[in-house]
Design a protein around this ligand. Structure first.
Ligand SMILES: Nc1nc2c(ncn2[C@@H]2O[C@H](COP(=O)(O)OP(=O)(O)O)[C@@H](O)[C@H]2O)c(=O)[nH]1
Ligand SMILES: [Mg+2]
Length: 467
């Protein structure tokens, strides 16, 4: 077997490294990549979080040397709203699609609890939109407008004290989703001696609350030194201004006060230049990469796991997409059956309960009906008795009436006769006789009695026998 030729060394990982005897041309690949990227353009998205009036719009204008005409917002917003605006900027032959997202109304509400939730939701919504594009069968990631947030500038008010609870809560809830770069805004309002103490205090508070902020990468040797130094300056204390002042024979961005001038780009005055260098010149690509490789990747993993996708199965065996889909489908089917059974049981239980209630109501109505029937029958009996008594009374009355009429008629009969000389005696006799048989004299009978003539006779013996 021929010995390996010089330069042809076998490699441990299965392939060999070969020397080239002449120019091939693939050393132009980096240039091809650069040309392609320049043609395609770049995209960078910044989220500015800070209370209204902390200098967000002014700083962004200062950073990109332009006026974005961000409308001034009031302090009377009912809730936090995120306003995204996209611009296209050109520098040399490089195109940058820049999106600035502003947190309108942040920290302005009395109840600050929900100030950060809309921000979390916004960041997640951008990740979700990208994931949905990725999951499409026919996707167009090349022309897709990526709105995922690459850098979050967190504006801290220059109080000289400590972080507000809202700042800590907000940063804590965002640190696993976005690259947070904390900055002390309006740094011209804090003393130089106080500033370093304030920076140290803020950093120790972030560490003690386990808030992860973005660290400039130190693994790339071309930038590791500058990045290491810059990490030590965090959080940057910045001043912003859109005004220009003539210093010497140069116009510079500055803030002019009665007692002096604060130059935005003077490193003795503030950290504005450091921020611009780190954010735009040195680490813009790393911020984009971190967003995709760390934050989006975490979001994607969680979402896919939520959907039931796994890379490895229970016995540490790799699981294909098809298997994961089938397993999830089966899981859903079982879940559906369980829910169906649960609903059925619930329905049966409800029907039973309803039946019991209806039966009870029916029984109650039945017993009420029985009670009423009984009462009705008792009442009927009572009325029948009363009717019977009245009929008896009527019969008795009619009988007595007939007797009285008979008595009256017989009073005109003259055998055997007792002649009465006087009317008074005759009437007295008649009344006595009527009393004996239990008859009362009616007003009409009384009248008749009054008009019986003296010569008339009454058959007293027949009256007594009729009693
Ligand atoms: N002292 C000081 N004032 C600033 C600074 N940056 C902005 N301002 C002023 O603060 C006010 C609010 O600024 P603005 O950028 O509209 O704040 P935003 O509501 O956070 O966007 C304006 O009057 C600015 O001139 C700064 O660095 N120092
Ligand atoms: Mg503003």
């Amino acid at each position: 077997m021929a010995a390996p030729r010089a330069g042809r060394q076998p490699q441990n990982d299965g392939y060999r490294s070969l020397p080239l005897s002449g120019h091939v041309g693939f050393d132009s690949l980096p240039d091809q990549l650069v040309n392609k990227s320049i043609k395609q353009g770049f995209c960078f998205n910044i989220l500015c979080i800070g209370e209204t009036g902390t200098g967000k719009s002014t700083l962004i204008d200062s950073l990109f040397n332009t006026s974005f005409d961000d409308p001034v917002s009031t302090h009377f917003q009912p809730n936090v709203r995120l306003r995204a605006q996209t611009y296209e900027l050109h520098e040399s032959n490089v195109r940058l699609k820049l999106t600035i997202v502003n947190t309108v109304g942040f920290g302005d509400q009395i109840n600050k609890e929900d100030s950060y939730q809309p921000i979390v939701d916004y960041i997640d919504a951008q990740f979700e939109a990208y994931l949905q594009e990725e999951l499409k069968v026919k996707r167009s990631l090349f022309s897709y407008h990526d709105t995922r947030i690459h850098a979050c500038l967190y504006f801290i008010s220059p109080t000289g004290h400590s972080l507000k609870t809202l700042d800590l809560l907000t940063m804590k809830s965002l640190d696993s989703k976005v690259n947070i770069i904390p900055i002390i805004s309006k740094a011209d309002s804090i003393l130089k001696t106080e500033l370093q103490k304030f920076k140290n205090k803020l950093m120790s508070e972030l560490v003690s609350n386990d808030v992860q902020i973005y660290q400039f990468p130190t693994d790339d040797e071309t930038v590791s030194q500058v990045n290491t130094v810059m990490n030590g300056h965090l959080p940057f204390a910045v001043v912003g201004s859109t005004e220009e002042v003539k210093i010497g024979n140069k116009m510079v961005k500055a803030r002019q006060y009665p007692w002096g001038i604060v130059q935005v780009e003077n490193e003795n005055h503030c950290d504005f230049v450091k921020l611009r260098e780190m954010l735009i010149c040195t680490n813009m690509e790393d911020l984009r990469e971190q967003t995709h490789a760390r934050h989006y990747e975490r979001y994607r993993r969680c979402r896919l796991e939520e959907m039931g996708f796994r890379d490895i199965g229970p016995e540490n065996k790799p699981v294909s997409l098809q298997e994961a889909y089938e397993a999830k489908r089966h899981e859903f089917y079982l879940e559906l059956q369980r829910k169906e059974e649960e609903m059925r049981q619930h329905f049966v239980q409800r029907v039973k309960e309803k039946e019991t209630v209806l039966k009870e109501a029916e029984q109650e109505i039945q017993s009420k009906f029985d009670r009423l029937m009984l009462m009705h029958q008792e009442e009927k009996l009572k009325l029948e008795k009363k009717k019977k008594a009245l009929e008896d009374d009527m019969a008795m009355f009619n009988k007595k009436k007939a007797n009285a009429e008979l008595l009256q008629a017989q009073a005109f009969v003259s055998t055997p006769v007792v002649s009465l000389k006087r009317d008074k005696d005759r009437k007295k006799l008649l009344r006595g006789e009527l009393d004996k048989i239990g008859c009362k004299i009616t007003p009409s009978a009384e009248y008749d009695l009054m008009h019986i003539s003296v010569s008339e006779h009454i058959d007293v013996s027949s009256l007594s026998t009729k009693k």
